[in-house]
Design a protein around this ligand. Structure first.
Ligand code: AKB
Length: 324
């Protein structure tokens, strides 16, 4: 059982989710029990915690870090996201596949208690039903990132069934936050739009105005990770592939929500290669399996999230500390 005495490792700790997960895990387990690992230095918004430089493709080093800190639980967030994955598919394969294989092998060999490995809406593809996408459906993605996520989900199921390793994970939609910026994803626009609205009152969006995608605010993302990790394993019929969502909107609808708080906010649309990626993803998700199996329920919708994002960013901007 993961308990309050766990020692946890977060890979990809400098990233958008990693930076804020470090804070949440520090509160839960105590900062002395949280080890941050990344190939990059931590974000300036990260809390004080133990840190190791780690390239997740290096299996021996991965195991060395786990042994050195007597880690029993890993949150394996290190990954190359969808847009960067199309720019450098070979790197996406190696980081996403070798990294996932290495953490699973470490769990098997070293007897880790529990692992969290996120998947993504990128696991779906153009042949998947796009509206209210079912939990169990066609998984034929067209991006390198997406296919590594499908392989990761299947590999996780294999390690659960074959070796009894306890692995959990969610298919995350676009995650919106104000801690560390996202890097190299197709949904990054939904974060940048708030920063640009606060800083410049205008934004040039790399997706078209009617591109509807599922999204989630960071507090809900952290809640989903912690709740899924705390759930009774015996009650889970799925493992590392739970659909989770909080809202779905288009860039035009998000701009309208922002305009209610920043009147006169202007958006120009210049779709680039990321449009094709977004067009191959669901518009909305059916997350009833997560709701039934471990009680998933989000708190934030578009209005509540926009209000919070803009309040936080306007305050930081006024203090000369927007970080963008
Ligand atoms: C991306 O856009 O690549 C990610 C994701 C949806 O997994 N944010």
């Amino acid at each position: 059982m993961t308990s309050s005495s766990s020692r946890v490792l977060v890979t990809g700790a400098s990233g958008q989710i990693g930076t804020e997960l470090l804070h949440a895990l520090g509160r839960k387990y105590g900062p002395e029990n949280v080890v941050a690992a990344d190939i990059q230095p931590l974000s300036k918004n990260a809390p004080a915690c133990l840190y190791e430089t780690l390239d997740v493709t290096k299996a021996e080093r991965f195991e060395e870090v786990i042994k050195k800190h007597r880690v029993d639980t890993v949150f394996h967030l290190a990954a190359i996201l969808s847009a960067n994955g199309e720019t450098i598919p070979q790197l996406a394969w190696s980081v996403n596949m070798d990294g996932t294989y290495n953490v699973l092998e470490a769990a098997r060999k070293l007897g880790l208690t529990r692992i969290f490995i996120p998947s993504s809406i990128a696991a779906f593809g153009p042949e998947t039903p796009r509206v209210n996408t079912p939990q169990d459906t066609i998984l034929k993605p067209k991006t390198m990132y997406g296919l590594t996520k499908v392989a990761g989900e299947l590999l996780a199921d294999y390690y659960v069934a074959r070796y009894g390793v306890d692995i959990r994970g969610c298919r995350f939609p676009g995650i919106i936050s104000n801690g560390a910026l996202p890097g190299g994803g197709t949904t990054d626009y939904a974060v940048a739009i708030y920063y640009e609205a606060v800083k410049n009152g205008r934004y040039t969006c790399f997706l078209g105005p009617e591109t509807r995608l599922p999204m989630m605010y960071m507090p809900d993302c952290l809640k989903s990770i912690l709740d899924l990790m705390a759930a009774d394993f015996a009650g889970l019929r799925h493992h590392a592939d739970f659909n989770v969502t909080a809202m779905s909107f288009t860039p035009a609808e998000q701009a309208e929500a922002i305009r209610k708080l920043i009147p006169g906010f202007e958006v120009e649309y210049k779709p680039d290669f990321r449009q094709a990626i977004a067009d191959s993803w669901p518009e909305s998700l059916d997350d009833s399996a997560a709701r039934e199996e471990w009680g998933w329920k989000p708190d934030y919708d578009l209005e509540a999230m926009s209000k919070d994002m803009i309040e936080v960013l306007q305050k930081r901007h006024a203090e000369g500390n927007l970080g963008y």
